[in-house]
Design a protein around this ligand. Structure first.
Ligand code: ADP
Ligand code: MG
Length: 703
């Protein structure tokens, strides 16, 4: 059987052995057997223990050697020393999948990592699908399979959850039990030695019982696989993830936790964006989104209609909707208003928010909702109820539930209050309507769903072909490497840019002041002079840049000034002379385009406004290579200073196409040369006509 088929065996096994099963309540080996029985597992369950005869009424098999060949699943709970021998014995019995609950592997250090490596080798050789080690196990409600030592078993549902943290599994499971939320699958991934997040996404994509996928990750174990699988599944079902290790402290905790090396957060954000994964910032949001996505259809437009029995809360909700990026208050059509007039009291507000007024009985809600769901301007509905003296809490819940069954538009309910609203809230929950005490989380869910809807509509983007002379660039880079350099000096780096058809200003290298003047005359005034030294990469720091030199004398003086100062400030530096460079026209805007190679996800492109405020504003956006035309457009529009580039007070906009082309070319360069660790064009000077790369740094990996 193939590895993929064996992953299926983890969830839907016919024969399961528990290696290290125990007859002592409280032991993990006991709980697993108990949980399997409790889930009413329909297949054959075999406890394995050399010393017992029966466990929980089941006959015990004494050793792995006595197990039937081709077992679907083995759950291993033996002490860490016995795990590798058990795996060898199981491999000999041709086991298809295993869950290793036992801890004490990569997460504890080098020795553990070596043991884990042995497990990986056994699995790879035999195509065994292994979950763990160091995990809680997994469960699959539609297969009556609870191969875990978790406390409790959720009801059947359409949400799947996989998590790198076992503790978080316990917490979410408890939430599921408390809120009676159904789950299809629950997987505690542990160290992800074999089965990883990409395998999980691939499997869950084709799982007919799973509509929504939730994941908690601290790191991914294979960036490229993750991107490939996530991009596929997100086109079919929503994937909502929490990625921890966002803060530096969080990242440190994560790296000691599961032995994971937490990747840079910007790279993860970019990976999620590239693939369509929805990122939940916190647990509360994860739960809200899980409910919303699993119970409601996607809104097919931005228009929200608020139906309320109170003015104030209605306005609050309207404000929150208008403040959101994508949603707006639906403009109800005139026929809707006409129909309202037939049954709403004269003092009701007929426009969105539709205020049914404090004395609204359930029937008024029902009629109003029946009309609202038919309005083509309305794409989602937010029903608000405050527990006024005359509010019919339960009957109104029933009315909402009834109407929700007749429409393909998503309905969200905000029962404000707590005490009196409780029975209504329970009914709404049972009927799978997302319900909350405050409108804001519901509105946030509607917006996320609409964003996802829009994303699914966007066609695959275009990846334009970049004309380039790789060989020419290769020569320059090889030359730098052969000298053992980790940076390509600016003058040479310009060669690389020219090989990639990137716009560079006319530049000559001058070794003397006379050569500088000759260069300036050839280029034409005004010019810029820059220190040329392989050791000095931040030229301005040593007073190494002078702009706007308008005649021979200025050039001469600048040459002496720059070289003398550089010698004084950096006596160890070899100074080749000065670069004489064509000056970009006045009024150009400065931008930065760069990339950094992320260990997990590869080249991470960066775009931001340049100039002296970069450090403070930190107004930068990221995308992962390969960049497509939409990425290039998107990264530019994402920064807050985008408006400045568009031009203020009658200024013309900069040439955006020229910036996009530089971004796309940078992405190609990054993919063409894995040995370039980082590159930065700072600044690129851009105006309405064109963009030029005025400064370039190319950093090579140490080898
Ligand atoms: P560094 O970043 O090493 O200090 P740069 O080459 O980026 O040196 O030059 C410093 C600044 O000088 C730039 O940020 C830009 O404002 C200005 N500058 C550099 N080259 C040019 C040019 N060709 N035309 C106009 N301004 C330039
Ligand atoms: Mg610079």
């Amino acid at each position: 059987m193939s590895f993929k088929e064996n992953i299926h065996a983890l969830f839907a096994p016919k024969t399961v052995a528990v290696i290290g099963a125990s007859d002592k309540p409280g032991k993990v080996g006991h709980t697993v057997v108990h949980n399997m029985l409790d889930a009413e597992f329909k297949g054959t369950l075999i406890p394995v223990n050399p010393k017992s005869d029966t466990i929980l009424g089941l006959p015990v098999t004494k050793s792995i050697e006595d197990l039937p060949e081709g077992l679907d699943l083995a759950v291993i709970v033996v002490p860490v020393k016995a795990v590798v021998p058990s795996m060898e014995a199981l491999a000999a019995r041709k086991v298809r999948s295993v869950i290793i609950i036992t801890a004490g592997f990569k997460e504890v250090g080098r020795e553990g990592a070596a043991l884990e490596q042995q497990l990986i080798e056994i699995c790879t050789k035999n195509d065994i699908a292994m979950v763990g080690p160091n995990c809680l196990g997994l469960l699959s409600t539609h297969d009556d399979n609870n191969a875990s030592f978790a406390a409790g078993y959720p009801k059947k549902g359409s949400i799947a959850f996989f998590s790198q943290s076992g503790a978080l599994c316990t917490a979410i499971l408890d939430w599921a039990l408390g809120e009676e939320v159904g789950f299809s699958k629950f997987v505690s991934m542990g160290n992800m030695a074999v089965v990883n997040e990409a395998n999980m996404l691939e499997y869950l994509r084709t799982d007919p019982n799973t509509k929504v996928i939730l994941g908690y990750i601290e790191n991914v174990s294979n960036g490229a696989d993750f991107i490939e699988q996530a991009a596929k599944v997100c086109r079919e079902k929503p994937v909502i993830m929490i990625k921890s290790g966002t803060t530096t402290a969080g990242a440190k905790a994560a790296s000691s936790h599961t032995g994971a090396i937490a990747g840079s957060d910007a790279a993860y954000t970019a990976a999620f964006r590239k693939t369509g994964v929805i990122r939940a910032g916190d647990m509360g949001t994860l739960f809200d989104l899980a409910m919303a996505f699993s119970t409601q259809p996607l809104p097919e437009g931005p228009g929200v209609c608020v139906v309320t029995n109170a003015g104030g809360p209605g306005i609050l909700a309207a404000d929150a909707i208008e403040k959101s990026q994508l949603l707006n208050m639906a403009r109800l059509s005139s026929s809707t208003i006409e129909r309202f007039k037939e049954f709403l009291p004269p003092y009701a507000a007929l426009y969105n928010p539709v205020d049914l007024v404090g004395d609204a009985p359930a029937e008024r809600y029902r009629k109003a909702l029946e009309v609202v769901v038919e309005d083509p301007q309305v794409h989602s509905i937010l029903v608000l109820l405050t527990p006024t003296a005359s509010a019919q809490i339960v009957e109104t819940a029933q009315a909402i539930i009834d109407v929700s069954k007749t429409t393909k538009k998503p309905i969200f309910v905000n029962y404000m209050g707590g005490m009196r609203t409780k029975p209504g809230v329970r009914m709404l929950n049972d009927a799978s309507l997302p319900c909350s005490v405050y409108p804001e989380p519901l509105i946030a869910s509607i917006e996320t769903m609409y964003k996802y809807y829009l994303w699914r509509q966007t066609p695959a983007q275009e990846f334009p072909e970049i004309r380039r002379n790789r060989q020419k660039a290769r020569l320059v880079i090889n030359e730098a490497r052969s000298k053992g350099a980790t940076e390509v000096v600016e003058f040479q780096a310009q060669e690389v840019l020219r090989a990639y058809n990137l716009p560079t200003p006319n530049t000559v290298l001058a070794r003397s002041s006379d050569e500088a003047v000759a260069g300036a005359e050839k280029i034409g005034y005004p010019v810029v002079l820059k220190i040329a030294s392989p050791q000095i990469s931040h030229k301005s720091d040593v007073g190494g840049v002078k702009v706007n030199l308008t005649d021979a004398e200025a050039v001469k003086n600048a040459f002496f000034d720059i070289t003398a100062r550089a010698q004084r400030m950096r006596p160890e530096a070899y100074i080749a002379g000065c670069l004489v460079q064509e000056m970009a026209p006045k009024g150009c805007k400065e931008i930065i385009i760069g990339f950094k190679r992320d260990d997990q996800f590869g080249p991470l492109l960066m775009f931001g406004l340049g100039g002296i405020y970069v450090e403070i504003l930190k107004d930068i956006a990221f995308r992962l290579a390969p960049l497509g035309r939409d990425d290039a457009k998107g990264i530019i529009r994402e920064i807050k200073s985008y408006m400045l580039l568009k031009g203020v007070r009658g200024e013309p906009p900069v040439n955006f196409q020229a910036i996009e082309d530089i971004l796309l070319t940078m992405s190609e360069l990054a993919l063409d040369f894995p040995e370039i660790q980082e590159a930065e064009f700072n600044p690129v000077l851009v105006n309405a006509e064109k963009a030029v790369v005025a400064d370039v740094r190319i950093t090579l990996s140490a080898k």
